[in-house]
Write a protein of this length. Structure first.
Ligand SMILES: Cc1ncc(COP(=O)(O)O)c(C=O)c1O
Ligand SMILES: N[C@@H](CCCC[NH3+])C(=O)O
Length: 422
């Protein structure tokens, strides 16, 4: 993003023009920024180390246009539900490049995946293997499976997005998984290909990945002695942190260089073939590429306490501040350089006191009708949006080098009653 004539531009498109053309609230994605991030992943990972794959974690943000972009950029896709899988298939995403994660896969979801030749299923609980076998038998397939484990690592991030602890609803405790793997290994309907772990999200340390690897290496050794074979793939999840306010997004190499050095050294020292290494970044691919535009409505100055600036969306399009106490920054998009700064609380229009996007934002003095941009809303914004208070979900626009394309229409009131039967 940059400023021209006191106006904010995203990927060379004027935000005031976009707001006028599509209305607000509006999710705007810079396609150039998404491509830049994927380019960095290619430079720092895919092209640097052989036998590596990237599966974009589509829970961060998925529409058909996004699936097409990921497909065109040549990386793989991680889905966690039948719904995400359906969107990907609707966008003609090559099924063999899709992997299916998720902690409570239902039979119908598994059947959809198996029937459509999804590349891999990452088994997260003991109930899944029998369902995969049933679907594989029905469609005469053999399914590649990995097992997700919890290495027992407590990542320094919000508790709600720390997922590698032993006390977790995700994956298998590491010392229980081999019994399950033996079942898969004996099955005529699946190929056991390896392990998966994901320790958390919005991480800024690299050493926790290294600690997790030590634990998983031991598991790999035990697996070789129990089933007599090395694994073919190790998926180390996503989690790479990004900039929201004053954090600084580390380059991918900050995480991946020590990780890959450790992995290569380990497999060399054991004289074992190094498995394919897969990563699953979500937030770090789309987070900073996404911006939300809002129009200022009501302004209330509670004398001596706080000034509330209400925008035309809120926790319905960005639940993260309410859910994780997540911090954001704001830009007055039609007055970027305004010098008359004031401290205001930017709130939404939902009937919840907690519907606050930013507490105590320092922004140029605003008036009703001004345009507010919240950067870094590309991940887990639209994908976690809701219709609370029957607010309408915003439209999504992709912008690349000044060219804007509507990729998802704003909901209408008709959408709110579409499924009502009486
Ligand atoms: C299994 C798995 N893979 C990948 C991700 C993506 O994480 P992030 O968006 O932090 O890169 C998540 C979410 O935390 C996850 O649960
Ligand atoms: N939804 C979370 C991260 C996802 C965690 C997925 N395991 C966030 O907004 O930060």
């Amino acid at each position: 993003m940059e400023e021209k004539n006191n106006t904010l531009y995203i990927d060379d498109a004027s935000t005031t023009y976009l707001a006028e053309k599509y209305g607000t609230p509006l999710y705007v994605y810079s396609v150039s920024e998404i491509k830049d991030r994927i380019g960095e992943l290619k430079k720092d990972f895919l092209n640097k180390y052989e036998n590596t794959t990237v599966s974009y974690a589509s829970k961060a943000f998925l529409t058909k246009a996004m699936a097409k972009l990921i497909s065109d950029e040549g990386i793989n896709l991680d889905v966690v539900s039948g719904g995400e899988l359906y969107i990907a298939l609707s966008a003609k995403f090559p099924p063999e490049r899709i992997e299916f994660n998720g902690n409570n896969k239902l039979y119908d979801e598994i059947e959809l995946a198996v029937k459509n030749n999804v590349g891999k299923i990452i088994i997260d609980g003991a109930s899944e293997l029998p369902m995969i076998e049933e679907a594989a038998k029905k469609y005469n397939k053999k399914v590649n499976v990995l097992y997700r484990v919890t290495p027992g690592i407590d990542a320094h991030t919000h508790e709600y997005i720390s997922t590698g602890k032993l006390d977790s609803k995700f994956g298998f405790p590491i010392d229980e998984v081999i019994g399950e793997v033996k079942k898969a290994n004996a099955s005529e309907y699946v190929n056991f290909i390896g392990y998966h772990f994901h320790i958390g999200s919005q991480l800024f340390e690299n050493d926790i990945y290294l600690k997790a690897l030590d634990i998983v290496f031991k598991l790999i050794e035990d697996t070789i002695s129990e089933i007599g074979e090395n694994i073919q793939e190790l998926n180390i999840g996503g989690g790479f942190g990004i900039t929201y306010t004053d954090e600084k997004r580390p380059p991918f190499s900050f995480f991946l260089e020590p990780i890959m050095n450790k992995i290569n050294t380990y497999f060399n020292s054991k004289n074992l073939k190094r498995p394919i290494i897969t990563i699953e970044p979500g937030r770090s691919v789309v987070g900073e590429a996404g911006y939300t535009l809002y129009t200022v409505g009501s302004i209330k100055n509670v004398e001596g306490i706080r000034k509330y600036v209400a925008i035309d969306g809120g926790m319905t399009d960005n639940i993260r501040p309410a859910l994780y106490d997540a911090k954001y920054r704001a830009i007055v998009a039609n007055n970027v350089n305004g010098s008359n700064l004031e401290t205001v609380t930017i709130c939404g229009k939902c009937c919840e006191s907690g519907d606050i996007i930013i507490t105590d934002a320092e922004i140029p003095a605003t008036n009703t009708g001004d345009l507010i941009c919240i950067p870094s809303t590309g991940a887990y914004g639209y994908s976690m949006s809701s219709n609370y208070n029957s607010l309408l979900k915003p439209a999504i626009v992709f912008v690349e080098k000044g060219k804007d394309t509507l990729v998802l229409k704003r909901q209408t009131y008709k959408d709110l009653v579409r499924n009502d039967v009486v």
